[in-house]
Design a protein around this ligand. Structure first.
Ligand code: DX5
Ligand code: ZN
Length: 220
């Protein structure tokens, strides 16, 4: 099954002083999704964006808002992020090793259910855990910071996850990759089975964001 590749600029790399303009910039560039990174300075060694900013972003765009919760206790804040405008909410398997309950909670809020794994989590640990997943998010850097280098082993991990999703009856789930995605590696990433490419630096800091989105999507 070949899906259309979707591009999800991460606003972590945006110029926050001009956030409205930055959002329009990626809308005009043809991105389908805005990726919104929430960090708690505990699960990951950094703080980033919170609920108030999500509310403002929601007012500024009708693009799909993909909220990536890199935080402990995410289950306590699902409704808060849903009410603030999330379209999909992703939590980490590292925090929820038995993710069905938290994924059900996301689904019952009417939001797409995302599950993420870090670079050091064996892919096999997803086995039997993806039944309720709408979006599988593979971290291709250790989460916490934008602008890191793509970990090359992520390509084999993408292939393994794609076949696991197919095997476990979740072929329709999106397979998203996050961290160090650029025009230099997009072709290999798409070839390995990803259909949603998060890119912070690669889009917001590009000289020509229109070309960046086009080239990421076509893998050139
Ligand atoms: C990292 C975040 C990523 C980050 C990607 O912890 O989850 O979404 O913003 O940034 P780039 O594309 O610059 O690696
Ligand atoms: Zn992210």
């Amino acid at each position: 099954m070949t899906k259309k590749v979707k591009i999800a600029p991460s606003i972590l790399a945006a110029d926050f002083l001009r956030l409205g303009d930055e959002i329009r910039k990626v809308e005009d560039a043809g991105a389908e999704i805005i990726h919104f990174d929430v960090m708690d300075a505990h699960f990951v060694p950094n703080l980033s964006l919170g609920v108030g900013i999500l509310e403002s972003v929601r007012k500024a765009t009708s693009l799909y808002l993909d909220v990536h919760l890199m935080m402990d206790n995410a289950h306590k804040y699902l409704k808060t992020f849903a009410d603030a405008g999330a379209d999909g909410i992703t939590v980490h398997l590292e925090i929820y090793p038995e993710p069905d309950e938290v994924l059900d909670a996301i689904g019952s809020l009417g939001k797409d259910r995302g599950l993420s794994i870090n670079p050091d989590m064996p892919v096999e640990r997803l086995s039997g855990k993806v039944g309720k997943v709408d979006r599988l998010l593979l971290m291709s850097v250790y989460p916490g910071f934008g602008g890191q280098k793509f970990i090359p082993e992520s390509l084999d991990r993408l292939r393994a996850i794609r076949s696991l999703l197919d095997r476990e009856g979740r072929a329709e789930a999106d397979l998203e990759i996050d961290g160090g995605v650029s025009t230099a590696n997009a072709a290999a990433i798409i070839d390995a089975g990803a259909d949603t490419l998060v890119a912070g630096t690669g889009v917001f800091r590009a000289d020509d964001p229109v070309a960046a989105v086009r080239e990421l999507r076509s893998g050139r």
